[in-house]
Design a protein around this ligand. Structure first.
Ligand SMILES: [Zn+2]
Ligand SMILES: [Zn+2]
Length: 203
């Protein structure tokens, strides 16, 4: 299986709120016209990462969150079933990953994200800072603990280690949890080339 390098610092793949395409515009940096159908298709995959800062009590899931640069973002789910599992599971401090997010102007004048399908949303029960740290560490070629050249790696997420001692110690200390929450998610994300769009991917 090919594991692609996925750079979480690349703002084209992980844009902040201001960089997202607007849902009423044809943004040529994110979309291109399909030659046969004339329908707009993404040029590449992208994912909007936010940390939930406030749960808005309402009939459907609604949140305030902060993006990767700390900007506050309003997020509202407008899904047919009102996404009860999201409402149940999402806590303040969780990270939400929204594939192909676009900014939207709501009727009341708010600008935010209107989620129409929770298939493209993944909840990670950890902070955004942790997700960014682990995401960055995953593309490093040196040991996650001591920065020496790596000779070993985690079977679940391919995190690199210099030797089994570092790996075993780190598993007990922190990696067991970060691997289960973030590592596995990233391994799935790294199974495809984010620069090549063939079809919409769920996170
Ligand atoms: Zn080491
Ligand atoms: Zn791992």
């Amino acid at each position: 299986m090919t594991v692609y390098n996925l750079d979480i610092k690349d703002k084209k793949l992980f844009p902040n709120f201001t960089q997202l395409p607007y849902d009423n515009d044809y943004d040529v940096t994110f979309y291109k016209e399909d030659a046969e159908s004339g329908i707009l298709r993404p040029r590449h995959h992208w994912c909007f990462l936010v940390e939930i800062t406030e749960i808005v009590p309402w009939l459907r899931p609604m949140y305030y969150a902060k993006d990767i640069d700390g900007q506050s973002v309003f997020i509202a789910f407008h899904t047919d079933d009102r996404s009860p599992h999201i409402a149940r599971e999402c806590k303040v401090g969780d990270t939400m990953a929204i594939m192909y997010a676009q900014s939207h102007a709501f009727m009341d004048g708010k600008i935010g994200i209107r989620v129409e399908s929770h298939d493209y949303v993944k909840l990670l029960h950890c902070s955004l800072e942790k997700v960014l740290d682990v995401g960055e560490a995953l593309i490093s070629k040196s040991c996650h603990v001591c920065d020496k050249p790596a000779k070993s790696q985690c079977v679940n997420c391919a995190m690199k280690y210099c030797n089994k001692e570092c790996q075993t110690a780190d598993w007990k200390l922190r990696h067991k949890e970060e691997c289960n929450i973030i590592g596995r998610c990233f391994l799935r994300w790294r199974c495809f080339d984010w620069w090549k769009f063939e079809f919409f991917r769920t996170p």
